[in-house]
Design a protein around this ligand. Sequence first.
Ligand SMILES: [Zn+2]
Length: 236
Amino acid sequence: MNLLRKTVKWLLTSCVPSRWLLTRGPRQTASKTPRIALTFDDGPHLEYTGKLLDILQANHLQATFFVVGKNAEQSPGLVQRIVAERHELGNHTWSHGEPSQTSPSLFLEEIRRTDEMLVELTDVVPQTVRPPKGELNLAKLRGLWKQGKNVALWNVDPRDYRMTSEAEVAAWVSTYEPQDGDVLLFHDNQPWASQIITQLAIRGTFNRFQTVSVSTLAGIIPRICSTGAAVASASS
Ligand SMILES: [Zn+2]
């Protein structure tokens, strides 16, 4: 079963355009600055997200935040700050339920509910969705595409949610060799993401690689609505 799921995922990510299902971005031509996408899931978090935003700002970095609706509802100021500081806002469902326990209809309803609240807070409709644990079935994927959503997964996972010390941060940072088009997965409801970004900055990673949103990496062109806010390129 696991092999079957892996095969289906491989087929999908190999055959579907990256703007619909992104795991990593295309490589640039040699003359262009290589790009990576920093992504942060599961926030916003009252303590860690603000600190992380400070670090991104100090280093002039752009990121994508896949927020959980019920967390966003409790920290509206942080959601507004994410958008005000020109990061991309992505949808990570309302409750972050266990994928195997979440039906396609509940999953899609959670996406809609989270969108609705984020629009109310920021005037921005998230274009990109990241499903909890990166797990989707075909019914969920088809439902997202019908709503005009783009799905963003990742290809680099330092497993920061399992880290317990600065030594583990340093160990991962020392072995990571960035590649053009990398999509990195972090979690801003944990303290380690901020430390990883700080360490990558010290290593000079961001002098060699431009950080961009997942939409930019995937080549998604945002539509601009009449109020000037970016809206989803939904077909509906
Ligand atoms: Zn998550």
